[in-house]
Write a protein that binds this ligand. Structure first.
Ligand code: SER
Length: 878
């Protein structure tokens, strides 16, 4: 019986465990602290620093099944997905690693034993081919002389990619970093499939498929291309789980393995597709994997960076869904089957299922609104196209107005053997950026355009007053030597206690005092490495190179510090309550309140908000000390410090620790102990986009003020209803009940009056050609009552036409009633339409009862008078 993909993954890990390897969990798709990498694209990424000797592990060898994404950046397979049987945006890489423990010999023997061992993968030896780097005699000899692979199936590959060490058999993670020669193992799928052995002219066919890459890590490549030896020769291997599954399940295409068959079946169900062989289904099955795992690893669709790659993949999947006939949002429905089929490998995703589904659904709902229109425009352009290239302007319009990523447009063109003018697209994009820049000049803060080369040293962690020298002065964006009374300017100092806005914390305010003047600082911003104090000179003058005493508004700073420390407590509380998946997505800390955005799929219930407040206030009462340490990023991570995704940190970072409760990287200013915060209160909780919630809160005096405000309000209401705190709810409830009862009584009374009033109207009945007609305008009667009156009059008069009008709130309302016996001669609907036309309004209804309204009150008398002639004509005696 064939092994399932989940069993194959497990067998790999079990094999290496039996060989003394530590089984390590897959790392996130968002590389933790590597700004050079868009997404995790190989098993070795999480061990990069171990290879380089910069980090230690408790173990010398490890095995993983690593989730990888190759869609964007150096390795990008996006456009091939669906068109070949072996490319994916998302795949799992099985790998074993040695950190200076074993080297080539053991790496080769382990691989061989797992592949051919009867208790393991049991592959026929004669189907396996290997390659080695052209000068790697050591690897060649191990394969040929020890393992016994016949010479004709061992191929030496040289620098076949155009420069030194640029080779299929020399692996490197990126332009710099760990690298080394490698040996690849290929599987021959058999003569019936087109393709040739590695190194041959037909190597790109599907017959010989690379299944495992054994990298002999020996060097650290420098930016100038030189190779420095690693501290210890190491091993990094990678085997695509989907490829080995295809072989072990005796199929040629990865899309025919159990995992993809299940996903494709789910895609058929979700889209209602009728052709199970459609390439689009493969695309969808592939893309749900990258999208779901990217979102659960903290990426959200956006217009830049990682978020844009995700958006492109989602939109590509949605378009393919529509190609196979999806009528509704379908993509998010594949998350549940994905979790089922991935087993253990999806445990993290399982925890965030609802959030992931919501994000996908929201993104799809947004895109389908423009998809149809965009496709219509594109089809129209393609029909009229004369050459083979779609112009860049159209591609740009599709991008800008309809949200079509360029590769989506390119995809559609490719299906028709057409190309897109990518240069033209870029050109149109540049032109738009230029327009945006120009238009934004109108509201740009001129200070933001400053170029400042000075460097400012910050003294404000410990001091709120400090002496500094003026190193630059700017007025209207121009450097000046002096500023005078009442002039607005930016002052740069060599040293300052003023905090400049960053990490969500606002810039400080205060004063700069010199011997000749006082400068009021309203904000502090960073310009490169300089701190610019923005504000106005109150009096005197301030000269370049003069000395100033810089004094921060300490009361304001203190309030900011409380809010900042409370933000860290809030982050830690949320993680404690809801799990590690909570990630900060933005924050604002000022002197009035704090705002914290984080990934979470559901609205908080009132009891949850209260629980957050409870836990957080407990930490405040514990009066924990708040300490900072400067350390290397590595050490910070070891201490479990929370860092933000996508942020670039210096090698030395500031770690803020709040007792045993929170450890985070932070450059901001804080309280001394949590007790300083006094009190924490949530004032609002909301959603800011799919999967992201926002909490706003206040601390210290502001929290007390908000409590007072609320209790004053309750007091005020209690006085109004003549109750107190205990009786308030009952009092309000009774009042509401009473007013409902009164309204009911009033309506009954009005109905009674309406009946009486209609009796008194009866004398106004006139005869038009033998038919009783009553037309009247009333005062202050509600529409509801008017209707009762018309019905009542119909009953009284037995056979009649009744038209009642009322003017209220600047509008005319009228109702016409016609007794059944007359409806074949005149219809109430026709009467009101006739009147509404004159009143500048609209009307309609049944033949026996209709209603109209209009704004032209002045036209009412004439309109009502016109009824006579209308009815005279209708009731003419022949
Ligand atoms: N790093 C190598 C690869 O990605 C082996 O794991 O192919």
């Amino acid at each position: 019986m064939n092994k399932s993909t989940a069993e194959i993954r497990q067998a790999f890990l079990d094999f290496f465990y039996s060989k003394g390897h530590q089984v390590v969990a897959s790392s996130s798709l968002v590389p933790d602290d590597d700004p050079t990498l868009l997404f995790t694209n190989a098993g070795m990424n999480q061990f990069k620093d171990v290879f380089l000797g910069l980090d230690n592990r408790s173990h010398w060898s490890a095995a993983t099944s690593q989730r990888c994404v190759r869609a964007g950046g150096k390795h990008n397979d996006l456009k091939n997905v669906g068109y070949t049987g072996r490319h994916h945006t998302f795949f799992e890489m099985l790998g074993n690693f040695s950190f200076g423990d074993y080297f080539k010999h053991d790496a080769i023997w382990f691989a061989w034993e797992l592949l051919i061992g009867q208790n393991w993968f049991n592959l026929p030896k004669e189907k396996l081919w290997v390659t080695v780097y052209t000068t790697d005699d050591e690897a060649y000899n191990i394969w040929a002389n020890e393992v016994g692979v016949p010479a004709e199936r061992i191929i030496r590959i040289g620098d076949n990619k155009g420069s030194a060490y640029a080779s299929d058999n020399f692996w490197q993670m990126g332009d710099t970093g760990p690298c080394g020669p490698c040996s690849e193992i290929f599987y021959d799928h058999g003569e019936h499939i087109w393709g040739g052995a590695p190194g041959s002219s037909k190597e790109n066919g599907d017959r010989y498929i690379e299944i495992w890459n054994l990298v002999f890590m020996q060097f650290n490549r420098q930016a100038d291309g030189t190779l420095l030896p690693l501290p210890k020769p190491s091993i990094d291997t990678g085997m695509g789980l989907e490829r080995i599954s295809a072989i072990l399940q005796h199929v040629n295409s990865n899309y025919d393995i159990d995992l993809f068959k299940t996903l494709i079946a789910s895609a058929i169900e979700a889209t209602g597709a009728s052709n199970p062989d459609s390439k689009s289904l493969r695309v969808i099955a592939d893309h749900i994997r990258s999208c779901a795992f990217l979102i659960s690893d903290g990426v959200l669709p956006s217009n830049e960076g990682r978020g844009y790659v995700l958006r492109r993949i989602i939109r590509r999947a949605i378009r393919h869904g529509h190609m196979v006939g999806a009528k509704d949002t379908f993509f998010y429905k594949l998350v549940a089957p994905l979790i089922d089929v991935m087993g253990n490998a999806a445990s993290g995703l399982q925890l965030q299922k609802t959030m992931v589904e919501q994000v996908l659904r929201a993104e799809e709902e947004k895109f389908v609104k423009t998809l149809e229109c965009g496709l219509a425009l594109l089809n129209d352009k393609l029909l009229k196209l004369t050459g083979e290239t779609l112009d860049g302007e159209t591609a740009f319009r599709l991008y800008d107005t309809y949200g079509f990523p360029l590769d989506l447009t390119a995809d559609i063109c490719r299906e028709r053997n057409l190309r897109v003018d990518k240069a033209g697209f870029e050109c149109a994009m540049d032109a738009q950026r230029k327009r945006a820049r120009e238009s934004s000049c109108f509201n740009t803060d001129y200070n933001s355009l400053l170029r400042v080369d000075e460097v400012t040293r910050f003294f404000g962690y410990k001091h709120l007053e400090h002496q500094g020298w003026v190193t630059a002065l700017f007025r209207n964006n121009q450097p000046v030597d002096v500023i005078r009374s009442k002039e607005e300017a930016v002052v740069v100092l060599d040293e300052t206690p003023f905090y400049s806005e960053s990490g969500g914390q606002v810039g400080d305010r205060g004063v700069l005092k010199s011997a000749s003047g006082v400068f009021e600082v309203s904000d502090t911003q960073k310009y490169g490495k300089a701190f610019g104090h923005k504000g106005k000179l109150s009096y005197g003058e301030l000269k370049l190179h003069s000395q100033v005493t810089a004094q921060v508004d300490s009361a304001r700073r203190e309030r900011i510090c409380l809010n900042h420390s409370a933000t860290h407590l809030l982050h830690a509380t949320l993680r404690q309550m809801f799990g590690e998946h909570i990630r900060q997505k933005g924050s604002l800390v000022n002197d009035r309140y704090l705002r914290f955005d984080f990934s979470h799929s559901q609205a908080m219930k009132l009891e949850q908000l209260r629980r957050i407040e409870k836990i957080l206030n407990e930490q405040i009462r514990r009066n924990l000390s708040i300490q900072t340490d400067i350390m290397s990023l590595k050490d910070a991570r070891k201490k479990g410090a929370i860092a933000l995704f996508g942020e670039k940190y210096d090698a030395q970072v500031r770690v803020l620790r709040i007792g045993d409760f929170s450890t985070e990287l932070c450059g901001g200013t804080h309280a001394v102990r949590t007790g300083d915060i006094g009190l924490f209160r949530i004032i609002a909780e909301s959603s800011i986009s799919a999967g992201i919630r926002r909490i706003e809160a206040v601390t210290g005096e502001e929290a007390i003020a908000s409590l007072h405000q609320q209790s004053d309000l309750v007091q005020h209401i209690a006085q109004l209803v003549k109750g107190n705190h205990q009786t308030l709810v009952d009092k309000v409830r009774t009042l509401k009940e009473r007013s409902r009862q009164l309204e009911k009584n009033l309506q009954q009374l009005k109905n009674k009056m309406a009946v009486q009033e209609s009796a008194s109207l009866a004398h106004k009945v006139r005869d038009i050609n033998g038919v009783k007609v009553l037309v009247s305008q009333l005062d202050c009667v509600e529409l509801k009552t008017l209707r009762i009156m018309v019905n009542d009059l119909k009953n009284q008069l037995k056979s009649a036409v009744i038209i009642l009008a009322v003017v209220m709130n600047g509008k005319v309302s009228l109702i016409a009633g016609v007794t059944q016996d007359l409806t074949n001669r005149v219809k109430a609907g026709d009467i009101v339409v006739h009147l509404a036309q004159q009143l500048g309004g609209e009307g309609g209804g049944r033949p026996d009862l209709a209603q109209a309204g209009g704004n032209n009150i002045a036209a009412l008398p004439a309109a009502l008078a016109s009824v006579d002639s209308m009815l005279t004509a209708k009731f003419r005696v022949e």
